[in-house]
Design a protein around this ligand. Structure first.
Ligand SMILES: [Zn+2]
Length: 497
């Protein structure tokens, strides 16, 4: 294989127009599986939540879980979709070792919800993402490859299968292709998944945790020359974080531009995203729908939701995240654009909870959007996984408000909290970081600074009050930043007046 020189991202989007599309799978948080009564707890001992139905044993008959259907309809309604009055499940036939029935119960040409949209905001501009369909299906089991270096099947000495996840209800949300985004395609893709996650979380039907796989995203990307037909798309799998959604689109735009520049053509295939390297590698060539030999599932009755029930569900939908953001930006006294960056950083709930724990809106926002966002970014993790809880952030801010910590000391305390050393007050005392307000101790330090800097002291005595800054600095240095700067300044001026 010849090595292709890759263009820069800016160069790629200057010459090619990307078209993206997203397929998102959401694992529903129902108590039991979609077609049997097995439990669905995450992290249970392998193969302890299984029965003849979800193991696909001969003669076992499925029965649909009403809660799964209701959750799918609520997701569809909140994405502005129409709800089918009659539809069927379908068998999607293919062999996979972690799918014991050798077919997946899914939906094909009769999805439960169709033709919706989601509005997302990036840089103060609204983009409408069309939703083609929302359908209901079941999850597969999990295969664990052991003995290999990467957890992949290549090089593994054995593979273990856990069927606990097989049959858990899964909702697939498919967007229409989204053209016309230009250089913003990666950001809009991320904003869409963020919005979708927030909408579904607000419904309480899934915990939508990308790192646990209850929200999984495949990203379709193609490139075309301006005015030309859309190009061949690839489907990037294994995109396990919001940040990765953005990176996957970006890296695929660069890669495809490189292939096209070299006179090559894009192959329709799935690709794997590598979190560590930030790029994709080829997977399998993409099947056509006809390969699956879909047919209506004969063991399940059709789904025919009563329109009156659907209307009831619609009327009872919770406040939309976009409406909530508008309300909160007013309550917190911040602009819509600032609110959007809070949302895009995944910080809305964290800040809300920090305020509920007693912090002021400004105090809560300062930590989550400042120091903690910076750390999350640097480590490439979600803000919610950064290692500090809303209660701890509220406690930290209270220590600042009470004058026990200044900003600089608070950042050091936060470092300890994130490192798992305990709650802020505990870290503060363990590391001896409390602001020194004790006048006796401070007066000694002030006298020392005055004695060491007689010329500066003389200037202050002559009325050049601005020179006090140098002495404040000297005191801060001897107290390792633990003095309260205003108290020190007052003491110096009192001493030298
Ligand atoms: Zn079962």
């Amino acid at each position: 294989m010849t090595t292709i020189a890759l263009p820069t991202y800016e160069d790629a989007v200057a010459r090619f127009e990307p078209v993206i599309g997203l397929e998102t799978h959401v694992e529903l948080g129902t108590q039991t599986k979609m077609f049997c009564g097995c439990r669905t707890e995450f992290g249970a001992e392998p193969n302890t939540q299984v029965c003849p139905v979800c193991l696909g044993l001969p003669g076992a008959l499925p029965v649909a879980n009403r809660a799964g259907i209701e959750a799918t309809i609520r997701i569809g309604l909140s994405l502005n979709c129409g709800i089918a009055t009659w539809c069927r499940m379908a068998r999607k036939n293919y062999f996979y070792p972690d799918m014991p029935k050798n077919f997946q119960t899914s939906q094909y040409d009769e999805p439960l919800c169709t033709e919706g949209y989601v509005d997302v905001e990036v840089d103060g501009k609204t983009y409408r993402i069309g939703i083609e369909r929302v359908h209901l299906e079941e999850d597969t089991g999990k295969t664990l490859h052991v003995g290999g270096a990467t957890g992949r099947i290549h090089g593994a000495s054995e593979s273990l299968v856990d069927y606990n996840r097989a049959g858990i209800p899964l909702v697939e949300i498919v967007t229409k292709p989204v053209p016309g985004l230009g250089a913003l395609a990666p950001e809009v893709a991320r904003a869409y998944v963020t919005e979708l996650r927030d909408i579904i979380r607000s419904l309480g039907v899934s915990d939508v945790r990308m790192e646990q796989g209850s929200l999984r995203c495949d990203v379709n990307t193609s490139l075309n020359k301006p005015g030309a037909e859309w190009g061949t798309r690839t489907e990037t799998k294994n995109v396990n974080s919001l940040r990765s959604v953005e990176r996957a689109v970006r890296s695929e735009i660069i890669r495809q531009a490189g292939v096209l520049d070299g006179g090559g053509r894009i192959i329709q295939e799935t690709r794997h995203f590598h979190e560590d390297r930030g790029d994709t590698s080829p997977g399998r060539s993409k099947e056509e729908a006809t390969d699956y030999r879909y047919f209506p599932e004969p063991d399940l009755v059709p789904i025919a939701p009563d329109p009156a029930w659907v209307a009831e569900l619609k009327a009872a939908l919770p406040e939309k995240p976009s409406a909530k953001r508008a309300r909160l930006s007013e309550e917190w006294g911040i602009s819509a654009i600032d609110m959007q960056s809070v949302a895009n950083a995944g910080a809305v709930e964290l800040i809300e909870e920090t305020i509920a724990a007693g912090a002021s809106p400004a105090g809560a926002r300062k930590w989550w959007m400042g120091e903690l966002a910076r750390r999350a970014n640097e480590s490439g993790i979600e803000l919610s996984a950064v290692g500090a809880t809303p209660a701890q952030v509220a406690e930290l801010q209270k220590l600042v408000d009470d004058g026990k910590l200044n900003d600089k000391l608070a950042r050091t305390v936060l470092e300890g909290v994130v490192a798992g050393e305990g709650d802020p007050a505990a870290v503060m005392s363990a590391r001896g970081l409390e602001v020194v307000n004790d006048e006796g101790a401070l007066t000694a330090a002030v006298d020392e600074a005055i004695a060491a800097n007689p010329d500066i002291a003389a200037k202050i005595r002559d009325g050049k009050v601005a020179a006090a800054g140098a002495l404040v600095g000297a005191v801060m240095k001897t107290t390792r930043g633990q003095a309260d700067a205003k108290t020190v300044r007052d003491l110096i001026l009192a001493r030298l007046s």
